[in-house]
Design a protein around this ligand. Structure first.
Ligand SMILES: *Cc1c(COP(=O)(O)O)cnc(C)c1O
Length: 503
């Protein structure tokens, strides 16, 4: 129910604010509520609101259309926004259309072109327009996607997204899948499912008894793992300090000898966290050898594959992550390489019952649907948006061929960038190109930082910073659906020019 500013105003003139009991909903409203009348004649969508929604769509389309020429950096940084949004909440409301128009005017300068084809920072997807369009609908439909009974279309669509993704990623079709907000939560959920299953194997019921007095679970994780699964260990009560960090090679891949030695020292079935797609190098752990070693010890292998798992979609490249399908669980983002809008990712668990046992929060008020796929059984939330729908739209729009060619193109462009830049004096490529990430250094740390700052300030392209093997790097992630060779040539030019100017 919306509050119309004009009507709120009008109701203030009611001089007898006592709200009478009208029978049907007796007892719900008692006493006096100054300024509120039950007689307000509210519409589900009035003219002002309709115009606001239309304006938002218009502005959204214009924003996306400008991206090709827009600066790749925000025109203001946090300090530049002082006084713009930090006013006290106004006592009186504002027309919906005016709110939207003002929001666009006030926010635009402080938006970062994360969805631009020339944004190469961190590992951010480009939010494909068809996905953004479907996301408008998700918001307008306002489905609570916890239950297939309450929201049948969403549940059916999301189930299909899961099936299509399992197929593209080469994972078993009967895995349990939770559509979560991103790889961080996917990692947490999978680690919780692993924890419960590993402790159950030792006769301990975490659900009933908690972790107090539980047997220990040996935890092994690569020294160059992403911070998300590391945090996941902490959130799951396993403690980062308890985890053994496995030594890695020059690309950040776990050494098999280190894994073997660590496994020999385990006094129970271990949780081993591997990685598909190291954030700086894009490298893959040696799954084909590592996973059977863990399996032999009765352990659980979890793979953080936030972006890298998508390489499987390309038949010519999938040998790079051979054997990954033998793991017990996987975390993967939809809002990175699939280019879905935020927030979406998948928590995938081979043993669906292990995921559901760990995540379900069914209360007595939800119908018992037995074997029916219930979205809320596989995620931490009950109420949530229909966040799988944009990915469904993207997958339908791209088709399997479109996904394959997009991933293949990004990998080829990463190799092309490395080839283009490596002969340049003053530029070093620090990684083997395993997927879509390129780690660049320029002589020394100071120079690398100055080159990056110059390129970012120029605003034509946006790579970001990182630290790799003790050196500062310029990190390039090629992941936007619209990035093509011209964008990479521009990036190479910008880096080359900045190196000459700073050296
Ligand atoms: C991005 C990323 C994460 C975290 O994913 P979010 O989508 O940011 O929650 C975890 N692991 C790796 C390797 C990543 O690249």
């Amino acid at each position: 129910m919306s509050m119309k500013p004009d009507r709120v105003e009008a109701s203030r003139t009611v001089d007898a604010p006592f709200i009478e009991d009208r029978g049907g909903r007796s007892g719900e409203v008692t006493g006096t509520t100054p300024g509120l009348s039950l007689d307000q004649d509210l519409e589900p969508l009035d003219a002002d609101e309709r115009q606001a929604m239309e304006a938002a769509a218009r502005h959204a389309i214009a924003y996306r259309g400008r991206l090709a020429d827009a600066p790749a950096v925000p025109q203001v940084r946090p300090a530049g926004l002082a006084g713009r949004f930090d006013a006290p909440l106004p006592a009186k409301g504002e027309e919906a259309l005016s709110v939207i128009e003002n929001l666009v005017a006030e926010a635009s300068e402080g938006l970062h072109a994360h969805t631009s084809p020339r944004f190469f920072g961190y590992v951010c997807g480009g939010s494909m327009p068809v996905g953004a369009a479907a996301d408008f609908l998700v918001t307008a439909w306002g489905q609570n996607s916890a239950s297939s009974w309450e929201s049948p279309s969403v549940a059916a669509i999301e189930q299909t997204v899961c099936r299509w993704c399992l197929d593209l990623l080469g994972l078993p079709p009967d895995c349990g899948v939770g559509i979560v907000t991103g790889a961080t939560v996917a990692n947490i959920q999978a680690i919780i499912a692993a924890r419960d299953a590993l402790l159950a194997r030792q006769g301990w019921d975490v659900g009933a008894r908690g972790l107090f007095g539980a047997p220990e679970i040996p935890v092994l994780i690569g020294a160059e793992a992403h911070s998300a699964p590391v945090a996941g260990l902490r959130y799951a009560g396993l403690g980062i300090g308890q985890a053994l960090r496995l030594e890695t090679d020059g690309e950040g891949r776990v050494h098999l000898a280190a894994l073997e030695a660590a496994l020999a020292g385990c006094n129970g079935p271990p949780l081993v966290v591997l990685q598909a797609g190291q954030i700086n190098t894009g490298a893959f752990d040696p799954f084909a050898e590592a996973i059977p070693m863990v399996r032999e010890r009765g352990g659980w292998v979890h793979v953080d594959g936030a972006f890298g798992l998508w390489v499987h979609a390309v038949p010519e490249l999938r040998g790079r992550l051979a054997g990954v399908d033998a793991a017990d669980s996987w975390a993967v983002d939809l809002h990175k390489w699939l280019n879905a809008p935020y927030d979406s990712g998948l928590c995938i668990v081979r043993d669906r019952a292990a995921l559901v046992d760990a995540m379900t929060a069914r209360g007595a008020y939800l119908p018992d649907l037995g074997e029916t796929w219930e979205p809320s059984d596989s995620t931490l939330e009950l109420s949530r948006r229909a966040r799988g729908v944009p990915s469904y739209a993207i997958l339908r729009h791209l088709g399997a061929d479109g996904v394959r060619t997009m991933i293949a193109r990004h990998c080829a462009l990463a190799a092309y960038l490395a080839e283009t830049l490596s002969p340049e004096p003053g530029i070093e490529i620090l990684n083997e190109i395993a997927s879509n990430q390129v780690a660049i250094a320029c002589g020394n740390d100071d120079l690398t930082s100055r080159v990056l700052e110059r390129v970012q300030t120029n605003g034509k392209v946006y790579p970001s910073h990182g630290v790799w093997r003790g050196r500062r790097i310029i990190r390039v992630s090629i992941i936007n659906h619209a990035t093509d060779r011209d964008d990479i040539d521009l990036l190479a030019d910008e880096l080359r020019t900045a190196v000459r100017q700073e050296a």
